[in-house]
Design a protein around this ligand. Structure first.
Ligand code: ARG
Length: 565
């Protein structure tokens, strides 16, 4: 039940100057409940009415006819403050949640529209760093949010499986490599080879040339070069899939950069025929000086292509293949310029959908206050974060709840959930710091806290062992603490839309933290399994509603909600 929409209906009968849509957008939710449950600021109207906002509010308050959903309206300065009928409010919210179940908050606003989401995209034979983990987590959550709103999502892992690093790794493998090691631990071994190459090349610069030659060979289709490349890639993907499985993340396509190899020539031709290319000492680029950006390089002197060439080609391919409504790219903000440059190129090529390709940047991750350095440390850290998380939770469960069934499974859900939740706790653009202490606390604003609140409501429902139905008496749910919980539940669908519009999963994270906190206050103040059947049923229905919203919220973040923990 959309109370804001009901309110804008009421207001629209007296206000002709704003459309219902505008009214809807103007309605606010006061931070302080004494100022009403919904408020309508009259400032926008003062020009048209040639009156002070508080006068307008006075007039409107007299004219307006409230429906059964609202008890009263009060004037406070230039605001109209509306107070819901609490009994009605409770019954409507609970009724809707019970009717819609897992679908509460979902919509069809995206029906018929495809959203491509380019996320995770680590590089073969280069570090899989915490930034990639963050891209994976944010991208996966956006995927779920958009799908929940009816969009049709296409998740693409644009693996960095092409580029000069392969020339380096081939040289390193031929000199110092070992087959079994690669098969056993591909990501780590290939990275070691890559690092070794750099160390050796400092002493022997000739190696750089050799590496460049191997990459040129790859681009020309040399069999030996390609078979090594393919082996490195497939071993890496096998290991990556293990990480994704642990995180519960899936992709519709693993079409990495190499997928566009045979498609770039046509794009270079197209760029040429559109007079966009410039020669610069043998290299080919698109001049972007007019747009205050350095040029976008699309071909090197030796004829090899670049990251940007593949991105331009991939975007055109995706538009032709999926006819996306939007295509999102989730990477850390250090790539802002790269995206701005080639988005401009798409625009210069005359594609109107240039405005539908969107970079979704995020901040860097540091570990216990230390900046995570590139190269060696990272792979170790990633494994440590994931498996360490699960180990830590196992210990905690061992202390707190040693008889829990499915201990392993639950520890995994909580450990991985804590890492994901931590990642999605703040605005994505903020740099974040990963700390074991904060991420794994069962109190405070953490994943385990929300999961625990969910498990606690599950346990209350199990103990009560009665069917929760929509037939409740809302009169039992009219106190301030209960109203606060119900209001947050009522705002949940809006939070999802807000998260989608801003590509900001943290809006959901924060909303479910608020719900969990508010629920725990409710739970503390109100015994649930009381004598009075009517009160008991009504309170159980609140527990049920909270459980449902926490479960859906966690799902949208990519986190499991165990029934017991
Ligand atoms: N592989 C890149 C990196 O690790 C990220 C790719 C992002 N996607 C894209 N289409 N450029 O930085």
């Amino acid at each position: 039940m959309d109370f804001k929409a009901m309110l804008s209906d009421i207001l629209s009968k007296e206000i002709q100057e704003l459309t219902k849509e505008e009214l809807l957008l103007t309605i606010e939710i006061p931070k302080n409940a004494d100022m009403g449950d919904f408020a309508f600021p009259c400032f926008k109207l003062s020009k048209a009415y040639r009156k002070a906002p508080n006068m307008i509010a006075q007039d409107l308050a007299e004219k307006i006819t409230l429906t059964e959903a609202f008890d009263k309206v009060e004037v406070a300065g230039g605001y109209l403050n509306f107070f819901v009928n609490r009994k009605y409010f409770a019954q409507e919210i609970i009724g809707e949640i019970i009717n819609r179940g897992d679908k509460y908050g979902s919509q069809e606003i995206g029906a018929g529209n495809v959203i491509c989401i380019d996320f995770s995209a680590p590089n073969v034979a280069k570090p899989f760093h915490v930034g990639h983990l963050r891209s994976t987590v944010i991208g996966n959550s956006l995927y779920r949010i958009y799908e929940f709103l009816g969009y049709n999502c296409v998740g693409i892992n644009h693996l960095g499986d092409w580029g000069t690093q392969f020339g380096k790794v081939i040289v390193a493998y031929k000199n110092w490599g070992n087959k079994e090691e690669i098969e056993k631990e591909p990501i780590k071994t290939l990275l070691d080879l890559y690092v070794k190459f750099h160390d050796e090349a400092e002493l022997n610069p000739e190696l750089e040339n050799e590496a460049r030659n191997w990459f040129v060979k790859m681009e020309k289709g040399d069999e030996e070069a390609l078979s090594l490349w393919e082996w490195f890639s497939s071993e890496t993907i096998k290991e990556l899939k293990k990480i994704y499985r642990l995180l519960n993340v899936e992709f519709d396509y693993y079409s990495g950069e190499s997928f566009y190899n045979d498609k770039m020539e046509a794009i270079l031709e197209e760029l040429k025929s559109k007079n966009l290319l410039k020669d610069s000492e043998g290299a080919v680029l698109i001049d972007l000086e007019e747009y205050n950006m350095p040029p976008c390089l699309v071909q090197k002197k030796d004829g090899s292509t670049l990251y940007a060439t593949r991105d331009i080609t991939a975007a055109i391919y995706r538009k032709n293949t999926f006819n996306f409504y939007k295509c999102l790219y989730v990477t850390d903000y250090s790539q802002n310029l790269h995206f701005a440059q080639w988005f401009k190129v798409i625009d210069l090529m005359g594609y109107p959908w240039a405005e539908d390709i969107i970079h979704v940047p995020f901040g860097r991750v540091s570990h216990e206050g230390r900046r995570i350095q590139t190269r060696k440390g990272n792979v170790v850290l990633l494994e440590e974060v994931m498996t360490g998380a699960v180990e830590r939770v196992k210990e905690i469960i061992g202390e707190k709840n040693p008889n829990l069934e499915n201990k392993e499974e639950v520890a995994k859900d909580i450990g991985i959930g804590a890492v994901i939740f931590n990642d999605l706790s703040n605005n994505r653009i903020k740099d974040i710091s990963f700390s074991w202490e904060t991420a794994f606390s069962f109190e405070g604003e953490t994943g385990p806290y929300v999961q625990y609140t969910h498990a606690r409501s599950s346990s209350v429902l199990r103990k009560a062992d009665i069917d929760v139905t929509a037939e409740i008496n809302g009169a039992a749910l009219t106190d301030d603490v209960t109203l606060a919980v119900l209001k947050l539940i009522q705002q949940f669908p809006e939070a999802i839309i807000d998260a989608q519009r801003k590509n900001e999963p943290s809006i959901i994270t924060r909303h479910i933290i608020d719900i969990a906190q508010s629920f725990n206050r409710f739970y503390h103040d109100h015994p649930i399994l009381v004598e009075d059947e009517e009160v008991k049923k009504a309170r159980l229905a609140v527990v049920f509603a909270v459980k449902q919203v926490l479960k859906t919220g966690l799902y949208l973040l990519g986190i499991k909600a165990p029934e017991k923990m």
